[in-house]
Design a protein around this ligand. Structure first.
Ligand code: NDP
Ligand SMILES: CC(C)=CCC[C@@H](C)[C@H]1CC[C@H]2C3=C(CC[C@]12C)[C@@]1(C)CCC(=O)C[C@@H]1CC3
Length: 345
């Protein structure tokens, strides 16, 4: 029988706690006096106050061991979007999230905080100051986003005040910061291969990039404000830096900060998108014979050439969210954290 109500509210589990966001979240939770169980397919580090449970989140029995005595669960595990593996996204993000919810019920967990994504409403066309009531994308930009939509619905629909199981979804956008294995490494790899010379479109498109510590702050605020009588129950919240920036200015600041030249020449958006689509289709057709990973996927071109920034007014109102680290400071800290990616290093 689940023992809801008698557990310490500061005992939590972070599913995906070895990942980029997960590890930052774990470190902050420990600083705030939480006892943390990490559940992840790999163990990436050791930290006092943290117990590691290695396993696949699709394995309910393994999960149950990590959720014992826990009152709050943060679910921020997902296969990387770059894997583009439909079956894997389906298995982990959809079937696995059902398993997480079931295990939470069995273990008597009181709160589940899901890391969703602002991209669940993005269809590859402009979004300016988008609010949470935008409809889910009917044509999601990739398989990853398709499964993030189903995942978010599953978690929000599981919210039940009667059962004493409360859920909330955090939708970050463009997370960056120290130890990120995606944004800065992809950017620098592209620059080193001489492919960062062009700006797609006129370069004026505004985008949200969110510093990882602000995303962590949003998750912890959500957990601490999620109560049966609060407006957070079963809701989604955008968490951004609240400072939309030109996509190409942001990329240029990182590039120049690490000693590379910023892109200068412009290419029409529709031309690059068309080429990316063609390459993607070719890669799909050739997949049984050879696995190609193009740098310019349609999804990436859409992300680089359209406006996509979101309002976080709801998070400000319901949980007092304000970004802790402004964008300028966040970029400086990020650049300093990648000395090995500096030009010539
Ligand atoms: N990074 C971003 O810009 C954004 C991320 N998000 C969301 O934030 C969350 C965290 O992202 P991020 O930190 O960047 O991702 P990471 O890949 O760094 O972290 C995810 C972690 O989950 C682990 N994992 C994957 N599959 C399983 C599984 N079956 N069972 C247990 N653990 C598993 C991963 O292991 P392994 O590395 O071995 O796969 C990894 O340690 C994700 O849900 C993502 O969708 C949302 C918006 C933007
Ligand atoms: C705002 C947001 C959702 C960012 C997510 C991170 C990645 C999708 C981007 C990180 C580096 C970006 C990048 C490109 C596309 C989007 C990223 C992968 C390009 C491939 C776009 C086309 C180019 O000219 C090169 C870019 C390299 C960096």
């Amino acid at each position: 029988i689940p023992k809801r109500g008698i557990k310490s509210s500061k005992r939590c589990a972070v599913i995906g706690g070895s990942g980029f966001l997960g590890r930052h979240l774990v470190e902050r939770l420990v600083d705030r006096g939480y006892t943390v169980n990490v559940f992840d397919i790999r163990q990436a580090y050791e930290l006092p106050g943290v117990t590691f449970h290695q396993g696949d989140l699709c394995d309910r029995q393994a999960l149950l061991l990590a959720l014992k005595e826990v009152s709050v669960v943060f679910h921020c595990a997902s296969p990387a979007p770059a894997s583009d593996d439909r079956a894997l996204f389906q298995r982990v993000n959809i079937d696995g999230t059902r398993t997480v919810i079931q295990a939470c019920h069995e273990a008597g967990v009181q709160k589940l905080i899901l890391t969703s994504s602002a991209s669940v409403v993005f269809e590859g066309t402009d979004i300016k100051n988008g609010r949470e009531d935008l409809p889910y994308a009917k044509k999601p930009i990739d398989y990853y986003t398709e499964t993030k939509i189903v995942q978010e619905k599953l978690v929000l629909e599981a919210c039940s005040k009667e059962k004493g199981f409360l859920t909330v979804a955090i939708r970050p956008h463009g997370i960056f910061g120290p130890r990120d294995p995606q944004l800065v490494p992809i950017l620098i790899d592209t620059a080193r291969r001489g492919k960062m010379k062009f700006i797609i479109g006129d370069g004026s498109n505004l985008v949200d990039f969110t510093y990882v510590e602000n995303v962590v702050h949003g998750h912890i605020l959500a957990a601490e404000h999620l109560k049966a009588d609060s407006p957070l129950c079963g809701q989604a919240y955008h968490i951004t830096n609240d400072e939309p920036v030109r996509f190409w200015d942001f990329m240029s600041q990182i590039l120049e900060g690490l000693g590379y030249s910023a892109p200068r020449y412009h290419l029409p958006y529709t031309l690059v998108y068309g080429i990316a689509l063609l390459l993607w289709l070719m890669a799909l057709v050739l997949r049984p014979l050879i696995r190609i990973k193009p740098t310019f996927t349609p999804m990436r071109v859409a992300l680089a050439g359209t406006h996509h920034y979101y309002s976080c007014a709801r998070a400000k109102k319901d949980m007092g969210y304000q970004p802790l680290v402004p964008l300028r400071e966040a970029i400086v800290r990020t650049v300093e954290s990648y000395p090995h990616l500096r030009k010539g290093a």
